[in-house]
Ligand binder design. Sequence first.
Ligand SMILES: Nc1ncnc2c1ncn2[C@@H]1O[C@H](COP(=O)(O)OP(=O)(O)OP(=O)(O)O)[C@@H](O)[C@H]1O
Ligand SMILES: [Mg+2]
Length: 486
Amino acid sequence: MFSRYKKTSDAPAKPAPAAVVASATPAAARAAAPEKRPAVQMRPAPGAIGRPAAEAVAVDKEQKRKDRLMELKVELHKKLLENLNLAALESASEANLKAEIAAIVAEALDEMSVALNKDDRVALNQELYDEVMGLGPLETLLKDESVNDILVNGPKRIFIERAGKLTLTDITFKDERHLLRIIDKIVSAVGRRVDESNPYCDARLADGSRFNCMVPPVAVDGSLVSIRKFKKEKLGVSDLVKFGAFTEEMAAYLQAAVSTRLNVIVSGGTGSGKTTTLNALSSFIDNTERVLTIEDTAELQLQQIHVGRMESRPPNVEGKGAVTQRDCLRNALRMRPDRIIVGETRGEEVIDMLQAMNTGHDGSMTTIHANSARDAVSRLENMIAMAGIEMPLKAVRSQISSAVNLVVQASRLQDGSRRMTSITEITGMEGEVISMQEIFRYERLGLAGDGKIIGRFNATGVRSHYSERFRQWGFDLPASIYEPIA
Ligand SMILES: Nc1ncnc2c1ncn2[C@@H]1O[C@H](COP(=O)(O)OP(=O)(O)OP(=O)(O)O)[C@@H](O)[C@H]1O
Ligand SMILES: [Mg+2]
């Protein structure tokens, strides 16, 4: 039944490389420790509180060892910056640079009479390389393919999201200055600056990851950094079916909906998988169509050949030169698009998006922050009101109901799994109210012992409003896909 969709990727998720955590022999670390203890008070390791005394002592020792190693790293970093030919760094190959760093580190350790075993030395060299060439402590997390999000709450707390679950790592920055230096490295690479008067910034890392930071004093307990990792291998429809995000029947329905050019909104909360779903749905677009994408941070990776990508731009330091999503969208309408895809509709561009959907750019798609299909429609109404468009509510609703055909709800459930919890069609207006019908939904049946949610996808028993259209376009979906399981 579900054979027409294009598979974007079959690649299995790569295993996570082991995190490189600095370690050194206690004797070596002691020898390397400067006389003064660091001013920063380290937090106890997670779970240390309430443990038996011997265990608490061991945890404390381990923490001290880490502190000392951090001091050693800072010292070596300083020496490296003094000794490396910074001008030559750009052209040096990774292998040459690593060899040079290893040589300088070996000499410095000798001078400091610090002995490290081979593993510790390799780990230290890698960390120093990351410090000089990359983003310091963030580098191991950026390389770890299983990490989706990196969230920094001040220098001593770095959280990661893996498989939908947030956990605290034992990776830290030395102090706020260290964190600020890395932030500065990132934002200056995109020609921006953050400081007291300009305390936040969006940027894209060299690998395409989405980056946002906010620095003190607006960030109260130290700089806040959020990174959404860029995935080279985007999840395709078949991957999402395999991961249980939706069923083959739902995929067949979505294929018909996208191919027959219904206008689709993917709705969901933060990190619920909206962009991933949008990207996967776009694989159903025919290769002959001209698709234009508009995003604040270019994340979509469409597989078609005829794709024009646009990225909005914030104002520069003088507050000039901004190019908004709305500017891009208005311009896109003059670029003969067959379909327009807006990464996320969140402001005044809503009106142009709805107009585009209403005026011959069928099959356009966007995402919106909302918790249900009804909520998504209310969000659209609010955005129109906030854009200063004075239109009676009924007219606004009629505009929405004729523009949007389908709302696909993405959700991250409490066990971390991401699922398409509802597919709802917008069928028109009944009086002042937009009429909708849900076609598929996720039903929660209970909770397993391990905290996993037990549930299933089910049809609601309602046949698609667009069945005839699907049929005319050659998508004869069997009636059975609309039949609910009892
Ligand atoms: N069904 C899924 N199974 C496993 N991982 C998923 C699934 N859907 C999305 N992800 C992963 O979850 C992360 C967040 O997804 P995505 O960027 O699509 O969310 P979003 O709703 O667009 O977030 P935001 O609100 O921040 O824009 C990504 O790293 C993505 O690879
Ligand atoms: Mg997104």
